[in-house]
Each structure stands twice: as structure tokens, then as C-alpha cells.
Design a protein. Structure first.
Length: 426
């Protein structure tokens, strides 16, 4: 058998052109490895709960690997260096304990990352590219599972992941159901804040579902997974310092057949953090200062829904202007400035059926474009409103649920709805 130690996959276009250039693991991957968890770790005070949670998962009947990418910037302060060293010590003690024989942990520590790119996106990419190398050794289209150093998971995590992709062989990637802890060792205000923040996340995605937008999915870095071949086809993980999950999922959705895994759960940490410029940790810090959270006005989604309803009429349409002029002012101003008439004409020239037209149109109206529209409306037409007020409107108009609820009750209701994988009335 060929010596695995840093062997090169010479015929792999992604790895040769776009993959991270450095290899880190020199041990042979198990031939039956089906899932590799990719876990960035930076300034993490306690790595053990995440690793223990993975080790306590139900044996899936195949091998699993976990790659922890311990990273820091070339300009990192001594506090970060010391914290990362403590993570190394924690890891060494953990792997010295009795672990399942089907599970293997690897800690990789790249050279300090260039300050221009140092962050969670590059750290995820390094771990995921290393995982691709290991799958490619066995010519296998395995599962790249993204996780975070402060998250935990349900015990059926590995079993559910494998079953999901077996049941959805065309799916390139999936979003995994998540729930932030609502009680625990943090101060009460942290949990009050995380209720608002998770309500914000679920409100947005369900408001897009109200619009019948076809790509309404959560984008949480610890709660997503992709097949190795699809990951490579779309150019791998980006190097963004935050929001890498949103842009990655947006890219994977474009392949079609994107899916959601509902019968397991990731539990991201609700704690305050300054490690990224935005995201959960930063949002909770802001909430603790203001003790409130606003969100997008529901009228934005009413306007967007009216637009999405007329999109099929734009196929082979010689008078798209006529349809756009019937739209709310927010739609007209944003999309006419965005060049939608020219885009519709271009798509019509290159498509020969309503189905291919819609597929091409939603490549134009991707998640990023929709978010830009929402922010345009927030800034120019419909200012933000209080989170519970917006959520109550969503529940009434989308689910026909009119009972007055607390924020926690509204969150639990949306969690249940999201997990049910159904758009039926509540």
C-alpha cells in the first residue's frame, strides 16, 4: 500500500488549484471513514465539552474523524497564544482517555495565519481541505461536517448525518437543526439575549418561507454539512473572517437539491464573544448593552412575496416593465436600480423552458441579493421593529396563529415548526 504520509492527489483539480497548499496529518485514514468533522478553534477557553459531545455519540457503524484546526493570526496577542496552548494541553489529556475505536481526533496547528485572512473562514477551509485529502485517498465522496469549538450535539448526530445523505443522494449539502441552550451556567441576561437572537434568525428564514422564496435556509457555521465532491465543485470554503457560513451555503444552494436535516440537533453556545466581528457572540454582547433587539419590518416580506408571485410571468415576457410597474415601490426602486429588466432579457435569451428560466432567475435572486433587498428596505422604506411584534405578525399571517405569546413561547413554536419540516398551519 502507498505510504499516506503527505501523498499528493495529482489528478484532483480542486486540491491542485484551490486547496490549501499545506498538509498536516500523516496517518492513514480508515478505509471505512464516512464523516470528517471540521472544527476551527481559536481562543477557546474550554475545548473539552465539544470533543466529549462528539465522543459520546452513538456508534454509527463506520469510522469518523475530527479535525481541529487550532489557529491564530500572525499578529495575535499573547493572551490568544496562551489560550491556544491551553487548548493543546486539553486536547492531549482528552485523547489520552479511553475513546471509541471508530472515532479518531486530529489537532492541526497551521503557521500563524496572515492578518489579511486570519479568521474562521480560513480556519474552516484548512480543516475541510485536509478532510478532502483524506477522502480522496480512498476515492470517496464523504461528508464534511462543520462544527464549532463551543458547540455540542445530539447523540444521534453521526447516524442521522449518514442516513440523511443516503436518503437524499442528490443533496450536495444540508443545514442541520440547531437550538441554543436557554438555561445553564451563564447569567440570566445571556439567555434572555439568546432568545431574542435565535428568534431573529428563525423569524427571517420563516418570513422568506412566507414569501415562497425557494432558498430559505439557516446559515449557522456549526450546523451545516456538505459532500466532499460538491464542496470541491463549488470552490471550497471561503476565507471570510465572519459570515463565511452564509456565503458558503448560498454557493451550495446553487447546485440544487439543498436539504435540511431535522432529526438531530446542534447546540451552539449562547455566550458573549469578541472573536468575530459579527455573529452570535457579538450579537449577545450588543444585546447586553441595549437589552433589546429589533428586526426587519414584516412589510418587507409582503412586498417580496408579491414580487416572487409574478416571477413565472417574466418567462418569455416582452414587457417585463409592465409587471415590475405593478409592484410595490420598494421592489421597483431596488430591482430597477439593480438592472432586473436587462437580467430578465438575458435569462430569457438563454433558457428554453419555464423550469430553466426559474432556475436561472433564482441564481440571480440568490440569498445575498435577497438580503441586500431587505437591508435596502430597512434603510429606505420600512425601519426595524421590535422582535416580538414582528414575530407575532409572522405567526398570524404565515401560520394563522393569533394567540399572544411571550418571546420564549414564540421561539419554541418556531423551533417546533422548523423541526417539523412542514409549512402546514400551526
Amino acid at each position: 500500500m502507498e505510504n499516506y504520509a503527505f501523498s499528493t492527489v495529482t489528478n484532483n483539480l480542486y486540491l491542485s488549484r484551490y486547496g490549501h497548499p499545506t498538509r498536516y496529518i500523516d496517518t492513514l485514514p480508515a478505509e471505512d471513514v464516512e464523516i470528517i468533522v471540521c472544527l476551527p478553534c481559536f481562543k477557546e477557553p474550554d475545548l473539552i465539552p465539544a470533543l466529549q459531545s462528539l465522543a459520546e455519540c452513538t456508534a454509527p457503524g463506520f469510522s469518523v474523524e475530527v479535525i481541529i484546526c487550532l489557529n491564530r493570526s500572525e499578529i495575535a496577542e499573547q493572551e490568544v497564544i496562551d489560550c491556544n496552548q491551553r487548548s493543546v494541553e486539553q486536547f492531549q489529556k482528552f485523547v489520552a482517555t479511553a475513546l471509541p475505536n471508530w472515532l479518531r481526533f486530529h489537532l492541526i496547528e497551521p503557521e500563524p495565519l496572515p492578518k489579511k485572512h486570519a479568521g474562521v473562514g480560513l480556519a474552516r477551509k484548512i480543516a475541510m481541505d485536509e478532510a478532502v485529502h483524506r477522502f480522496e485517498y480512498w476515492n470517496k465522496d464523504g461528508i464534511l461536517a462543520c462544527f464549532d469549538a463551543d458547540s455540542t450535539c445530539s447523540k444521534n448526530y453521526f447516524v442521522a448525518l449518514k442516513q440523511h445523505f443516503d436518503l437524499h443522494p442528490k443533496s450536495p449539502a444540508c443545514t442541520i437543526h440547531f437550538e441554543h441552550p436557554l438555561q445553564g451556567p451563564e447569567p440570566d441576561d445571556v439567555y434572555n439575549g439568546i432568545i431574542d437572537y435565535e428568534l431573529f434568525l428563525r423569524y427571517y428564514v420563516n418570513a422568506l418561507r412566507f414569501c415562497a422564496y425557494p432558498a430559505a435556509h439557516q446559515a449557522i457555521g456549526s450546523s451545516m454539512a456538505a459532500k466532499s465532491k460538491a464542496y470541491q465543485k463549488q470552490g471550497g470554503m471561503n476565507k471570510r473572517k465572519a459570515g463565511e457560513d452564509f456565503y458558503f451555503i448560498n454557493k451550495m444552494i446553487l447546485l440544487g437539491h439543498y436539504s435540511e436535516l431535522k432529526n438531530t440537533c446542534i447546540y451552539p453556545s449562547p455566550r458573549v464573544s469578541d472573536r468575530v466581528p459579527f455573529g452570535t457572540g457579538r450579537a449577545i454582547g450588543t444585546w447586553l448593552e441595549n437589552k433589546t433587539l429589533d428586526t426587519y419590518h414584516f412589510q418587507i416580506f409582503r412586498d417580496l412575496k408579491s414580487f416572487i408571485q409574478i416571477v413565472p410571468n417574466l418567462y418569455k415576457c416582452d414587457a417585463a416593465t409592465k409587471w415590475i410597474e405593478k409592484m410595490p415601490r420598494s421592489i421597483q426602486k431596488f430591482f430597477l436600480q439593480d438592472g432586473i429588466l436587462e437580467k430578465v432579457e438575458e435569462i430569457n435569451k438563454n433558457t428554453k423552458s419555464p423550469e430553466t428560466f426559474l432556475a436561472s432567475f433564482y441564481r440571480y435572486l440568490d440569498c445575498f441579493k435577497v438580503l441586500k433587498f431587505v437591508h435596502y428596505c430597512k434603510d429606505n422604506a420600512y425601519p426595524n421593529v421590535e422582535i416580538l411584534s414582528a414575530t407575532s405578525t409572522l405567526l398570524e399571517e404565515h401560520f394563522h396563529f393569533v394567540k399572544k405569546l411571550s418571546k420564549k413561547e414564540a421561539l419554541e413554536l418556531l423551533r417546533s415548526q422548523d423541526k417539523s419540516n412542514s409549512s402546514d398551519k400551526l
